[in-house]
Ligand binder design. Sequence first.
Ligand code: GLN
Length: 557
Amino acid sequence: MTKHIFVTGGVVSSLGKGLTAASIGCILENCGLRVRMQKLDPYINVDPGTMNPYQHGEVYVLDDGSEMDLDLGHYERFTSAPLTADCNYTTGKIYSSVISKERAGDYLGQTVQVIPHITDEIKAAIDRLSVDGVDVVITEIGGTVGDIESLPFLEAIRQYSLEQPAGDCLFLHLTLLVYLSASGELKTKPTQQSVGRLREIGIQPDILVCRTEKPMTDEMRRKISLFCNVRPEAVIEEQDVDHSIYELPLMLKREGLHQLIGEHLGLTLPEPDLTAWEGILKTVLATDREVEIAVAGKYMELHDAYKSIYESMAHAGIANGVRIKLRKVSSDDLTEDNVDEVLRGVHGILVPGGFGGRGCEGKVAAVQYARENRIPYLGLCYGMHMAVIEFARNVCGLEGANSTEIDSATPHPVICMLDEQLQITDMGGTMRLGAQRCKLLPGRARAAYEADEVSERHRHRYEFNNVYRDRLEAKGMAFTGVSVDKNLVEIVEIPDHPWFVAVQYHPEFRSKPTVAHPLFRDFVAAVAEEATQPDSAPAPRPVARPVGYTAREGEQR
Ligand code: GLN
């Protein structure tokens, strides 16, 4: 019989519900249980694929091509639970299913309502994960208790627990203890009120996890217990982690969370074996060497926009025994003229995925700086497009070379729309998405993977234009990965460079703290090598050239 843990959040958003849910998954898996992870999101978009990163942060892509909430990234990094389209439901996805059933006549004669039709659909979504052999499903409810749009989800989990055998469901509420620095006090009132809202709708939390900057006293624990109707030992604290988010499972184990969960769900759980996570923390603590990597993108003030990339770099840092210092560079502000000033001294440069023309010339300038100064470069998706454009313009002399995404009238469309995309008009879920097989040819990528073929996750509409392949190859760009099915270019490299690899896919969705992704690992190894150079601050570039200089100049270099 599958058991259920429902994770809700109160007081404020961004409390780290996703990380907490993922850490619980990690602990239970390491107690030997088979776990599944799921997120229910109250917004109306069918999936986050059409949202701007400012609204939502990164869009996380699964093997099956589903575009998902970034918390699913935490689930994959902390657990080995397989993730599919059933692991993230939004209000939009639930409603569109109910509305299509209504149109098909499935509810003939009935008035279709939030209760029971929407709540039934939500419960069916939860049930889809409780299949044979699964011990525990952890379902995180997005948003904050008290939001109008969360109500159907909370009502559905309330009903769900009532319909399960007693003791099979557990409600865990993550809340904030507010610290008033002026009086040096921790306040519990917002927590009391948030639990009050939950109890009003019929949910009594079994465990309260209190995010707090300062340690919680016994007296506070008793007070929270009294006002929230939760046993004092089930009020546990989650202090801000000092060194790494990968400390969280260790902290929650110390707080005895697995014992509480075991007692509540009637499971006899052994102590979780978190040796691997202890090892990660030990490495993080022992690392004193720092390397600096510039990331040139559009949403640099928003850490969540490139979450999986930053995490993948941290994993690669752990694998190489170095700490990664990020230099977040806004590509909007980066120009040919200031690129040296802005990027001088970095040991590696990464250009992430992106959409649309804003900031693209800044990204091209960053690639040029990496190529000319022989600084390790990793380009991801749009970062590969920028690498191709830069090489076409500045090495092959294809003046005005561009992607048709940016300039539809470019004389040299080195990146153009995939044929299969030309007829598509809908924006949601219509890109080339999910895991695609890629054949590897000799080069740095193949050396990193130590394989002839890999499967990596995609999310794009534009691709390398094979018409230009020979011209770029003749000037020293190598095409070291192609799709197995369609001969699409998946990886480009510059062999005559310390480490220059750009890929059409998103390796950041496959990295784990325990096993860094091979490309990130080798990129950071090259970065660490660069940092050992006597004067690792690169020399100023010989000549500042305007973007798109002529073929002859390109040939002289
Ligand atoms: N905008 C580009 C495309 O659609 C790149 C997408 C990306 O970086 N994920 O092909």
